[in-house]
Write a protein that binds this ligand. Structure first.
Ligand SMILES: [Zn+2]
Length: 328
């Protein structure tokens, strides 16, 4: 059996992360595993028994020496996966989300390789809070709830979420053994394939060409910095009773010419800020945000404030986007 570079690395990681046995034999292997992973010896013993039961580890009957099961090598071959964003029709925000995921996989992998489990936890925790909950998933809701089921926008979002799930469940598997297994067992079969356990699923490889990733990282650093100011201004406007939900707001942003150029180049800027309208003004030294009530009516289907409600006679109550979805 020949292995390429990725598969060799995956086997190597599986060996170091899951086993941590070194050259130890028998009971000494359990002691070494417990020491390296900071586990109680009985826990390490159970972990090892599970690995053996699943065929990840084999013990030589004569010498008692542990070695990787053949199944690990077979699975490592499957683990290789790269994404060429240039070949995929995908909204820009989704491309950026995959860049943040690839950065996370890279950083988490390095942390595991250096045995810094606390850093693994912190990286995953911050990713879930700052990158997903406060930003990507927040913006995505409108597309997932209100776009047509087979639209490019919704399918693209689902593709990214599936990629995130596949990568994250694999990344937490070494430290959240049971939880990750429970996640794996309820994942759609299309995502699991015929792999019966997350422990057999290999290591995620989400690699994105740096020529694609770098400009997105730079642009969205500006977007997210300005978005923080917009969010703060929206909170103040809500407290003052000017607007209820952010979707009711029209936002006027003053910023440097450079920042305005970046913001103006983003498709669907209002969607990124979850507001009805955005206007931009350059030449400002610092970011300044003004909030007003947006003009238009509230679409009862997507809850956005739109000026094109009733523009499609067949669906007079809803906005143009929702009418198009309902008319499909
Ligand atoms: Zn609508």
């Amino acid at each position: 059996m020949t292995l390429d570079g990725n598969a060799v690395r995956s086997v190597d990681r599986a060996a170091s992360l899951l086993l941590a046995l070194g050259d130890c034999h028998g009971d000494a292997g359990v002691t070494e595993l417990a020491r390296r992973l900071g586990l109680h010896k009985s826990t390490a013993s159970r972990l090892l028994a599970t690995l053996e039961k699943r065929g990840l580890v084999e013990q030589d009957e004569e010498s008692g020496k542990y070695r990787l099961g053949l199944i690990v090598i077979r699975l490592a071959e499957r683990a290789e996966r790269t994404l060429d964003l240039r070949s995929i029709a995908m909204p820009e925000l989704d491309r950026y989300a995959l860049v943040t995921l690839s950065d996370l996989v890279r950083d988490v992998t390095v942390a595991y390789d250096e045995w810094r489990f606390h850093a693994v936890y912190r990286l995953l925790y911050e990713y879930c809070g700052a990158d997903l909950s406060s930003f990507y998933l927040d913006v995505l809701k409108d597309r997932l709830y209100a776009d047509a089921p087979d639209s490019l926008g919704r399918r693209s979002a689902q593709t990214v979420l599936a990629t995130m799930l596949g990568a994250m469940v694999r990344m937490v598997a070494p430290i959240l053994t049971f939880t990750s297994e429970e996640i794996w067992q309820v994942m759609p079969e299309a995502l699991r394939g015929d792999i019966v356990s997350v422990q057999l699923a290999g290591w995620p490889e989400v690699t994105i060409d740096e020529a694609v990733a770098a400009p997105l990282r730079d642009a969205y650093a500006v977007v997210r910095a300005v978005r923080e100011d917009v969010t703060k201004a929206l909170e103040d406007a809500r407290t003052a009773g000017l607007v209820g939900k952010s979707q009711e707001a029209a936002v006027a942003i003053g910023a440097s010419d450079e920042a305005v150029a970046v913001l103006a180049a983003r498709p669907a800027l209002a969607d990124l800020f979850i507001v009805a309208q955005v206007s931009l003004r350059g030449g400002a030294e610092a970011v300044a945000v003004e909030i007003a009530r947006a003009e238009g009516g509230k679409c009862p289907r997507c809850w956005n404030i739109r000026t094109d409600i009733g523009s499609v006679p067949a669906h007079p109550d809803v906005c143009g986007r929702c009418a198009a979805v309902l008319g499909r």
